[in-house]
Design a protein around this ligand. Structure first.
Ligand code: 13P
Ligand code: SF4
Length: 301
């Protein structure tokens, strides 16, 4: 039996559903029932009816699934797959900032630990951050942990006053303005599509900036036939599947999230076989972290 056949059989036996982020390897995406960006996957996790959710992604994604759908067993194929940015905010700084501004909203990118979420007023993903922050009554916004996404949203919402944190995604931060200029020279007819976790000077050179799904949708709807892609390489699968006639070029050769790539088909099968790496958290943390996530789902509608 192939690993994929084993996974299909185990899914039936355990009444499981598989969720995968676009950044995991192609064969893992193919084995999944739901593939998408962080926003889509958080909604899929919240409404999942199966007993078991296997989350092919990094820790904060599995944690968010457990927080939103606590009655389910959420399994992580590799417990070490973690997003470094999820830890890049400081609770003491959040407390200080809350003391400083009466009307402060702590806006927490979903790429964050459950603990950071418990200190936050609302969560966002790159797909809904603009709508969610715009809908907040608060003028002062402390945006954690990602500085670049915070600056991108701030540039679109001039009526709000942002306080930035210094977190970053190393994969997107590594895509420089010079990389984009070089790629444009190599492909002068291509449009540049970028994720807003990239630095502002890189985003300024792009024709479109948006979430992983935003990038895929933009390329699919565009009349242009060539694109320079400034995000993690996992998106190439969906881009090419949806648009076999179009050309997609990586902005440079190393836009790879090594944590996402820890997830393999074999680990998915093993997680189901052994019910391995269930997400666990104390009920108080779960309950407090659920508030900002649920508020995101309400405001982003
Ligand atoms: P989105 O899924 O919101 O595009 O975010 C990308 C990302 O870095 C996920 O870890
Ligand atoms: Fe974290 Fe960046 Fe990897 Fe996403 S791509 S999981 S933000 S390190």
């Amino acid at each position: 039996m192939t690993t994929l056949e084993r996974i299909k059989q185990l899914k039936k036996e355990k009444n499981a559903v598989i969720l995968a982020h676009y950044y995991v390897d192609d064969d893992v995406q193919e084995a999944a029932d739901y593939v998408g960006d962080s926003y889509y996957l958080s909604k899929a996790a919240a409404s999942a009816e199966a007993d078991v959710i296997v989350f092919c992604g990094v820790s904060f994604m599995g944690e968010s699934a457990k927080i939103l759908n606590p009655g389910k067993t959420v399994l992580m194929p590799d417990a070490a797959a973690d997003c470094p940015m999820a830890h890049m905010a400081d609770i003491e700084k959040i407390k200080k900032c809350k003391e400083e501004y009466d009307d402060l909203a702590v806006v927490c990118y979903i790429n964050s630990t459950a603990l950071l979420k418990t200190y936050s007023d609302v969560c966002v993903t790159s797909a809904n951050a603009m709508d969610v922050v715009r809908a907040l009554p608060n003028r002062h916004i402390y945006f954690i942990p990602d500085a670049n996404l915070g600056q991108f949203i701030a540039s679109k919402l001039p009526d709000k006053h942002f306080i930035f944190n210094d977190g970053y995604c190393h994969v997107h931060k590594d895509i420089t303005a010079a990389d984009i200029q070089n790629a444009k020279e190599a492909h002068p007819d291509a449009l540049v599509l970028i994720h807003p976790e990239c630095t502002p000077d890189a985003v300024a050179l792009a024709d479109y900036a948006g979430s992983t799904t935003g990038i895929i949708n933009y390329a699919s709807a565009s009349s242009c036939s060539e694109f320079i892609i400034c995000t993690e390489t996992g998106v190439f699968k969906e881009l090419k599947d949806k648009n076999p006639e179009k050309g997609f070029y990586p902005v440079h050769g190393h836009q790879c999230c090594t944590d996402m790539k820890l997830i393999t088909l074999e680990k998915v099968a093993r997680a189901l076989e052994r019910m391995e790496h269930p997400v666990e958290m104390d009920e108080e943390t779960r309950r407090k972290a659920a508030r900002p996530l649920e508020r995101m789902l309400e405001l982003a509608q």
